[in-house]
Design a protein around this ligand. Structure first.
Ligand code: GLP
Length: 241
């Protein structure tokens, strides 16, 4: 595991974007596993900036996102598909047909998840998976207690995640209670993993995932067992190490 210390959010975003750019340059037709949340926004902005300067080409890149709220479609501004379009895809030359997010409008959970597993397999797996970290140690939407052996599945969001995510919705009642997420197994099968962590509120959980026991109670602790993980964290997030 490599840990890069960034000065602040902006520095973290630039360092993370550097790693993603290197992946695209080394393998122009790579498969990127992408994430949502506030952590990757700056990374995407940096990638867009470099694309606009002519330094990056997304035309052969495929992307596979981690998760989506069950019940929300691409037009809903709270959906992760909408987030990805507005924060990255609309601003670079990626072929939208090669960008994948679980289908939130498919109400048959089994079908939504098995379709997504098939997409991941068909694309040959993920070269570089970008991850944020939830305050309870969740990755994607794999909440504490999630079985390590799962691929894409439907989960019930925990109260703490609903609470953390309600800032994006008009009210807590509007936050969906379920989501489709790539499982821990799908994430661990990525060839490389890049985790970005910012802010003092993540300092305790970062220490826990790095030095604590590997347990489903803290899903991100499993990353200790992956052989190619890079963490880019800012000083505030690293303050408890
Ligand atoms: C959500 C997403 C996760 C993300 C987490 C942390 O729950 N499903 O993929 O990592 O939020 O979000 P943030 O980066 O806003 O702290």
């Amino acid at each position: 595991m490599i840990i890069y210390r960034a000065k602040n959010y902006q520095d973290m975003s630039r360092k993370a974007a550097n790693i993603i750019s290197a992946q695209i340059i080394m393998k122009p037709d790579c498969v990127l596993g992408l994430a949502t949340g506030s952590s990757p926004v700056g990374t995407y902005q940096q990638l867009i900036e470099w694309y606009k300067k002519g330094d990056l080409d997304f035309s052969h890149v495929t992307s596979i996102n981690l998760d989506e709220y069950k019940g929300l479609g691409p037009d809903n501004c709270q959906s992760y598909r909408y987030f990805m379009n507005t924060n990255l895809f609309d601003h670079v030359n990626i072929d939208k047909n090669r960008t994948f997010v679980p289908n939130g409008l498919e109400m048959d959970s089994e079908k939504a998840c098995s379709d997504y597993n098939q997409i991941i397999a068909r694309e040959g797996g993920i070269d570089l998976q970008l991850l944020g970290l939830g305050h309870n140690g969740h990755i994607g939407f794999n909440e504490p207690g999630a079985a390590f052996e799962k691929e894409t599945h439907c989960i019930d969001l925990t109260e703490s995640t609903i609470e953390a995510n309600k800032r994006f919705f008009a009210s807590e009642e509007d936050v969906p209670k379920q989501a489709y997420t790539m499982g821990i197994k799908s994430i661990m099968q990525a060839r490389k993993i890049l985790v970005i962590i910012s802010g003092e509120s993540k300092a305790d959980i970062l220490k826990e995932i790095l030095y604590g026991p590997i347990t489903p109670a803290i899903p991100a602790s499993i990353l200790q067992l992956h052989n190619d993980v890079t963490i880019v964290a800012d000083e505030a997030a690293l303050s408890k190490l």
